[in-house]
Design a protein. Sequence first.
Length: 307
Amino acid sequence: MKQRGKISLMGLLAAVFLAACSTPSPTPAATTAPPAAPTSSAYPAPPAVPTSGVYPAPPTAAPPAAYPIPAESGGIPTYTYRVVNTFPHDPNAFTQGLLWDDGLFYESAGLYNQSSLRRVEPASGDVLQMQDVPPEYFAEGLVLWDGKLIQLTWRENTAFIYDKDSFEKLGEFNYPTEGWGITHDGRNLIMSDGTATLYFRDPETFAETGRIAVRDENGPVTRLNELEYIDGEIWANVWQTNRIARIDPATGQLTGWIDLTGILDNVAVTQKVDVLNGIAYDPANGRIFITGKLWPAVFEIELVPDA
């Protein structure tokens, strides 16, 4: 009996021990994973700020397909030229705008980090006065209105207003398109943006007052660049060509082409030149002047009907 009682007691203790060992451990409380760190795409980096000497290069190579070269015209009158006088010109001036006033040239020279406004003595080519444009602006066309010079910029949507005599900056205008050329008809400023559209703007507010689409018998005439208003017509350099378009300002229809092919053969060219660009008019004497970007000369020309 003592032996059986001892065994029963030992069995009881073993059963208790086994039951304790088989009790499941409590399940740990679930923990929430920390949020994933944001990826670089969730927080885009700010745009890079251009360094002091790095800005987009000007379009001097192949032009974009949006600006096709106008087709040769068969039905519109074409003129060639005769060189009357040749004047020296700064071959480092990337001419974007040219005008004549009171015996002097006023010129807008382009390129980032190099743009300027200039007053030039024609006979010598000397720059009598120059105002640098901030380096982040690419200067374009130039017009004189009511004693003020208005200078466009290419892709900065800004026109600068200067006093003609002192070159003091008086203010700015803004516009939504690119800026290429500008002139006036005595009532409105007329502006190009490289397309076939010319915009008429209020000279006091720069608000658009109208527009025309320039066409010849082949369709729209694009790449309209530097402008001059001459005897009731708008004359426009056509970028990347040797031609000037004569335009009816009421309809946009072309009234003539001026072909200036070969005009640089009249002077020695000792360094790289760019395209024809720059028309100025002396209304008192009926004189017409043309030049180009980085050209060593300004030419006074007379038109000759193309036989």
